[in-house]
Design a protein around this ligand. Sequence first.
Ligand SMILES: [Mg+2]
Length: 187
Amino acid sequence: MRFGFDIDDTLINLREHAFQLYKTKLNKEVPIEEFHKLQRVEIHEPFGLSEEEGNKMWKSSLEEIYFTDCPVFPGAVETVNRLVELGHEVFYITARPKKHGERTKQWMIEQGFPIHTGHFFYGMEDHEKIHIIKDLYLDYYVDDKPTILETLSEEPIKVYLKDQSYNRDSRFNRIVDWVEFLPIINE
Ligand SMILES: [Mg+2]
């Protein structure tokens, strides 16, 4: 079978990592509970930043957010490697900007993700992911953003949401912990 995965906040804990970086950079002690309460993808509000300041902060921190020691979600590397061992095809589809694409691929390989040539896609907008996902004839796709899964609702793809504080209202089947994934696909 063919599996597709989003990267940020699906396979790796990017926003929480960024939240920790913001604490250091802004020298502000914001409790982690504030992070877990967030009802949106953006993380700047608990730091008292405006939309514009938050946007600027994110963009100017991108290098550190992406390429330092962002933790992978427990079980994610093992799950994806197991899929490959079982003979499945694994694809990565990330909306990270084009200029960070190749380095992101390298970083993911360093974290232990199996990435075959031609199986790594980046630089598209969220709403454009559908075209790649359709063209790949995926059987399964996992993302943290319900809006992306909604664009796939007409497609014969089994979609799963990676559980996050901002997507709990969504009706999609969800994965809270990566250890749940292999049992799900074997059902
Ligand atoms: Mg994501």
